[in-house]
Design a protein around this ligand. Structure first.
Ligand code: HEC
Ligand code: HEC
Length: 410
């Protein structure tokens, strides 16, 4: 393995959830009354609990990933760590004990052995994958495997090596190839396997197993959603918890119930409900995730300033991307023709509960290329040029670049 960043003493300090709780308590104690303090403590505890759920809770979905798809067998026999990284799985470096870190560095940890993957799962170090490892006569065996929200909505900062680093919760894992992973299952037939293998990295179709149609969307970030009361690209839910319930039950296979009369959907898995009670904390955690600010020097500030005027003026962008979150989502949804990804077949809107699209929020948009729900625009310049052509805006190529620079500054 090539150069690996040393665990320098200068490692930026990332506060633990408990640290955040304490800091909040201290800050609030300084000014508020007893009730404010109690509220802040309760809220911080809820967020901390939500972080655990987001990262580590499978909602009992091992029934789907182990009993039905038998992915534990595939992992234990065929998925060495290099293969796991190649399908976009990420390793949480902070979960690795010093001996393992040293072993990866000096090559004594075998990255070509599935047993190492099982060892990483035992350490709870594979982001979004939860393994239950049983030890019999000194031999580890992967007994169960399940997935968590972090599989698709977290990545790592690559600070240790590519694919290995500290968690970045809420960031979409655009390297993850969920279709290719599910297609590894011995329980999936050949036709389904080829459909799943065609999805590609960073894409997932959260309606395929519900309506039988097949066209994936890009995995979106789960940050920057505070104050937005239309969730998903089609605005199906008024709050995050609506969609979390949908995914936890209908896609992850968690134990609980999802009913959606607009889609004539009624799914119940199991006899227990391992989802409902967790939704408030899970939502509180996601609402606490701010969109990341653009790195210093990543955009041209004077061009961005000119781009802002064009965004609000000749580009007509602000007529839909309005307000602090750059979306009119709380006021209206839009007909399919307002999406630059349409017409598409099958239309994603037509498969949703609202049959419309939500204007995308734009905070942190620099971070998550490709763009539009189908990922059809590779860059922000492509996005603006698409609008320029489709909406006959008459922007010069210089103006297109300036609007793109503005988008990179949000
Ligand atoms: C297999 C990948 C995958 C997993 C696992 C997954 N999601 Fe998602 N998530 C997606 C995709 C794809 C979408 C886009 C769907 C859409 O907008 O119609 C999405 C949408 C979302 C959104 C909407 C974002 C927005 O801009 O409105 C949120 C929030 C979210 N997911 C949170 C979660 C949480 C919490 C969990 C765990 C309960 C979870 N997801 C599990 C793939 C996944
Ligand atoms: C008529 C309303 C409307 C106007 C005008 C509009 N947008 Fe959009 N915008 C949308 C909708 C709806 C989406 C979601 C499309 C989709 O993903 O299918 C979107 C998506 C985007 C995205 C993709 C975000 C992501 O997460 O992938 C960007 C970037 C964007 N718009 C920028 C702009 C810019 C720049 C302009 C002006 C040149 C503009 N928009 C004008 C409604 C609009």
């Amino acid at each position: 393995m090539k150069h690996i960043a040393s665990e320098s003493t200068a490692r930026p300090h990332r506060p633990s959830a408990l640290g955040v709780v304490l800091a909040t308590v201290v800050a609030v104690s300084a000014c508020g009354g007893a009730d404010d303090r109690a509220d802040a403590v309760a809220q911080a505890a809820l967020v901390a609990q939500g972080q655990q759920i987001f990262r580590h809770d499978t909602f009992g979905d091992e029934v789907q990933w182990t009993d039905t798809l038998r992915l534990h067998e595939v992992i234990a026999t065929a998925v060495d760590p290099l293969t796991a990284l190649s399908v976009g799985l990420k390793v949480d470096s902070e979960a690795l004990p010093p001996a393992v870190v040293e072993g990866i560095r000096n090559g004594s940890v075998d990255l070509h052995s599935p047993a190492t993957t099982v060892a990483l799962l035992k350490l709870n170090a594979v982001v979004g994958v939860k393994g239950t490892v049983e030890t019999l006569n000194g031999v580890d065996r992967l007994a169960r495997v399940g997935i968590t929200c972090a599989l698709c909505h977290s990545t790592v900062d690559n600070s240790f090596a590519p694919g290995i680093g500290r968690r970045l919760d809420g960031w979409a894992n655009r390297d993850l190839n969920p279709g290719a992973i599910i297609a590894l299952s011995p329980a999936v037939d050949a036709a389904t396997k080829s459909a799943l293998n065609a999805w590609g990295a960073g894409r997932f179709d959260p309606r395929h197993n519900v309506d039988g149609l097949n066209k994936p969307v890009v995995i979106p970030p789960a940050y920057g959603l505070e104050g937005i009361h239309r969730i998903t690209v089609t605005g199906d839910g008024d709050e995050i918890a609506y969609w979390n319930r949908y995914v936890a039950v209908a896609e992850m296979g968690g134990l609980g119930t999802m009913s959606e009369p607009r889609l004539n959907l009624n799914i119940t898995h199991g006899t227990q409900d391992l989802v409902s009670a967790k939704l408030p904390a899970l939502q509180a955690y996601q609402l606490s995730l701010k969109a990341p600010t653009p790195p210093a020097g990543s955009f041209d500030a004077p061009a961005a300033a000119r781009g802002k005027l064009l965004f609000e003026g000749a580009g007509q962008c602000a007529s839909c991307h309005s307000g602090a979150t750059f979306t009119d989502a709380n006021l209206r949804l839009h007909p399919p023709a307002d999406s630059m990804a349409e017409p598409e077949s099958p239309s994603y809107a037509s498969r949703s509960a609202t049959k419309q699209y939500r204007t995308s929020p734009l905070k942190g948009v620099w971070q998550h290329a490709p763009y539009f729900h189908d990922g059809s625009a590779a860059t922000l310049e492509d996005v603006v040029q698409t609008y320029n052509t489709r909406r006959s805006l008459g922007l010069t190529s210089q103006q297109v670049i300036e609007i793109a620079q503005y988008l990179k500054s949000l």
